[in-house]
Design a protein around this ligand. Structure first.
Ligand code: EPU
Length: 302
């Protein structure tokens, strides 16, 4: 979608918003899939309420993009503009055993930066790609660690009410790859309470997690990580693998031959190919095991 209204175009620089017209989301997502639209990069977080209000006034739908690591975006010209927080520096500010982190910060870089200040706990999250804001929204987790466990406060723009609020950790429910945030809440910053540990010890655990991940996941291919949530008591990857579906493909969308819950863009996969592959695999699992797999990846359908 193109922003064309001259008054709106003129307001963007005043709000500290940069417009990148006709951005291909295929270049902004780990899947390498997604059509084109105007991308609005937001530097001043306080300008969000006015920006969202203006977009609404002009009837322009919008979506918020985090790091693009867990996202499947529709093909073609997209019917909404995309907002994205521009990174701030410094993204991480340590105060004692806590760290204030900007939502646009890279999650892995945040884990490393906290480690350098002898603050650990989040080692398991080291290889989880994407932004801190996206990780928060999903309650990202790996190797027995999830980000929600460390959250003390979250600054969030509540689009439904047009206000920026600070929520205490106890006000938010963090569940397996799910949180109680409203669908249109936008994460702006988080205060994490971490665990005092020597850097060397943190580094040791980080190395172990990295090795495990390298051994089991297709890290050098275009994917959005796990496609499905694990059903209670089972591994989606193992269920798909046991059906012999590794390497199964629709066009260039393919079930990874390394980890069956990772689907790969093996070349020029479209969103339509990937959605078809997701449906076919889900159907096979349903028929074989009577288990309904639920997507973990976020899907932006047009
Ligand atoms: N397995 C197979 N075949 C496969 C994949 C896995 O048999 O193709 C077996 C493994 O051998 C293992 C079991 O299934 O015995 C579980 O596999 P794994 O340890 O790889 O963990 P997972 O349950 O598949 C989860 C998370 C990952 C996270 C890892 C490590 C979900 C949906 N997935 O995977 O998260 O990195 O544990 O903690 O919760 C993600 O969220 O995108 C993601 C990749």
């Amino acid at each position: 979608m193109r922003i064309e209204a001259p008054e709106l175009l003129a307001a963007l620089p005043r709000l500290g918003v940069e417009r990148w017209p006709g951005t291909a989301l295929a270049e902004r997502t780990y899947f390498g899939i997604g059509g084109t639209t105007d991308l609005l990069r937001i530097r001043d977080r306080q300008a969000l309420p006015e920006l969202v209000r203006l977009l609404r006034d002009y009837g322009i739908p919008s979506r918020l993009l985090g790091g693009g690591s867990n996202l499947l975006v529709a093909d073609g010209e997209l019917p909404w503009v995309v907002l994205q927080l521009a990174p701030l520096a410094p993204a991480v500010q340590i105060e004692g055993q806590t760290a204030w982190v900007d939502a646009a910060a890279d999650l892995g870089a945040t884990v490393t930066q906290c480690a350098r200040a002898n603050l650990g706990g989040m080692e398991g999250l080291i290889g989880v790609p994407g932004s801190v804001g996206g990780a928060l929204r999903m309650n990202a987790g790996a190797y027995g660690t999830q980000i929600g466990s460390f959250v003390r406060e979250v600054v969030v723009y509540r689009a439904a009410r047009g206000v920026i609020e600070t929520l205490r950790g106890e006000q938010i429910r963090f569940e397996y790859r799910h949180t109680s945030f409203d669908a249109d809440d936008m994460m702006l910053a988080v205060k994490l309470e971490l665990v005092a540990k020597p850097f060397a010890e943190i580094l040791h655990t980080i190395r172990i997690c990295n090795e495990k991940r390298r051994a089991s996941q297709p890290l050098n291919q275009k994917s959005a990580g796990c496609i499905f949530k694990n059903p209670p008591g089972a591994s989606a990857g193992r269920l798909i693998d046991e059906l012999g579906l590794k390497g199964f493909r629709v066009g260039d969308a393919m079930v990874s031959d390394r980890h069956a819950n990772f689907f790969i863009n093996a070349g020029a996969a479209t969103c339509a190919d990937m959605l078809r592959l997701i449906d076919l695999v889900r159907e096979r699992v349903r028929r074989a095991y009577g288990v309904e797999l639920e997507e973990e990846v976020i899907i932006w359908k047009a």
